[in-house]
Ligand binder design. Structure first.
Ligand code: SAH
Ligand code: F3S
Length: 452
């Protein structure tokens, strides 16, 4: 059977989709190639959120075609995911070496399409059609990591798509309408993962606060998403639950309160704010203002004072003035995010913002990005330093890339901790004392805790 190599760009949803496609192919007898150099099938799972992500994947495919095809003409090359969905056949017109283009609702067809191509039944396949029920098509994950050891953490996709249509964002076009899986379906997948050794699950969706909104009625004041959290929380053997990403608009008090009630729900929240300026938030079609966002954070910190809070921010949205940008700076100072992903605005085809007036010149965009990054990094570094001397509970995920005797885990607030340990620690919940910090990393020592 052939071997496959999948390279993933973009978000955790893409990582999860790649895992699912890999699992599907392995179930059919494929092996996983360690590098593209030896693979019979090379798939790039793409991201469209910014132009740079698209250019990276296109450049990579050009290099692969030039390198690999020269010596091994039978290698199958394919694009999957968001850029495949959004550009479709155009990708083959641009890159004639590409054999397969699979959209975001067709991952479950990958093995069939590869069969047809490998057997010579069809030369090129493009499938970017919508498919009803596709949100629940692939549930099998294999638990593979960098080694053959079992995974401790896993992603579970609870919904597909987004109906919010923020004016800068291509996702509603690439991922389609919101479609949610049922609670029993998600719980069954989580149970299976826990039976296989997983101890922490991250529930994934583009806008999880809209989960099940149309299909699952509110019960005892609890939204469908909170009902789902409760159901997953009941799974025995599961230690930790996270989710990403909620949207401030639909962030109800029931979700805030869940952090106080459900001990497995980790004290960390990734809540994208995008801007601190009410004027821009409106132009972005975000559906909340600065006060509402700050109010949610305040409530969360009341329920869990140590909550780790991260966000996404866009700089250089069309029409962003110096005053708007200062509002984002002042919000960042006021909230003191643990970290923020700062994106330079990138015009996306089909989105309203791409044709808005007053696009921000590149040099201003770069300068604002640098200023905000410095502010965010400074706040984050202080937050990390404050943890020195504290004891934190970590879940050990495995070996760190930094060396064989260095293990890595994460705190409940989602901060990475490295410590000197060994394979026997994998999967353990343990207390470590934080001894020093590095860039967005904590270093811990389990032995010191035992001496206390
Ligand atoms: N709802 C998803 C958002 C997906 S896009 C989630 O919360 O995970 C991830 C982030 O990319 C967004 O939060 C936004 O900050 C950024 N982004 C989206 N479109 C962008 C664009 N056109 N230019 C720059 N950044 C963008
Ligand atoms: Fe994109 Fe806004 Fe949805 S950022 S994914 S349209 S909530």
């Amino acid at each position: 059977m052939p071997s496959v190599y999948i390279k993933t760009y973009g978000c955790q949803m893409n990582e999860r989709d790649s895992e699912a496609v890999a699992a599907q192919l392995v179930a059919k007898g494929y092996s996983l190639a360690a590098t593209e150099k030896t693979a019979d099938v090379i798939l790039l799972n793409t991201c469209s959120v910014r132009d740079m992500a698209e250019q990276k994947a296109i450049g990579k495919m050009q290099n692969i075609a030039a390198d690999v095809r020269k010596n091994r003409p039978d290698v199958v090359l394919g694009f999957m995911g968001c850029m495949a969905q959004s550009r479709g056949k155009q990708l083959i017109d641009q890159l004639p070496d590409v054999d397969l283009v699979i959209g975001t609702q067709k991952f479950h067809r990958t093995a069939d399409y590869l069969d047809e191509i490998i057997q010579g039944k069809r030369a090129k396949i493009v499938d970017v059609a919508a498919e009803q029920g596709s949100e629940a098509t692939i549930k099998e994950h294999i638990l593979f990591g960098k080694t053959t050891t079992k995974a401790i953490t896993a992603f579970v996709s609870i919904m597909q798509g987004c109906n919010q249509y923020c004016t800068f964002c291509i996702v509603p076009y690439t991922r389609g309408e919101e479609r949610s899986r049922t609670i029993p379906d998600v719980v069954a997948e989580c149970r299976q993962l826990v039976a296989g050794g997983v101890r922490e699950i991250t529930l994934l969706g583009q806008i999880v606060t809209s989960y099940g909104k149309r299909d699952i009625p509110i019960k005892d004041g609890k939204s469908a998403f909170v009902q789902l959290l409760e159901a997953v929380h009941e799974i025995e053997g599961l230690e930790r639950i996270r989710f990403t990403s909620p949207h401030p608009k639909g962030y109800g008090d029931d979700l805030v309160e869940a952090y106080g009630r459900l001990p497995k729900l980790c004290e960390s929240a990734h809540l994208p704010v995008q801007s601190g300026s009410d004027r821009l938030l409106k132009l972005m079609h975000r559906g909340y203002n600065r006060e509402r966002f700050s109010g949610i954070i305040e409530k969360l910190r009341k329920v869990q004072p140590g909550m780790g809070i991260t966000t996404d921010i866009i700089v250089g949205f069309p029409g962003e003035t110096e005053a708007d940008f200062e509002e984002t700076m002042s919000l960042s100072r006021a909230i003191r995010f643990d970290n923020a992903y700062i994106f330079k605005y990138s015009p996306r085809r089909d989105t309203p913002a791409a044709s808005m007036p007053d696009q921000v010149p590149q040099d201003i965009l770069e300068a604002r990005h640098a200023r905000l990054l410095e502010l965010i990094n400074g706040i984050a570094a202080k937050g990390y330093d404050e943890r020195i001397g504290r004891t934190e509970q970590i879940l050990v995920e495995g070996e760190s890339k930094k060396g064989p005797r260095r293990m890595t885990g994460r705190t409940r607030c989602n901060k990475i901790v490295l410590f000197d340990g060994s394979e026997r620690h994998r999967g353990q919940l343990m207390d470590v004392k934080i001894t020093h910090t590095g860039s967005f990393t904590l270093y811990g020592d389990p032995a010191i805790v035992n001496l206390d």
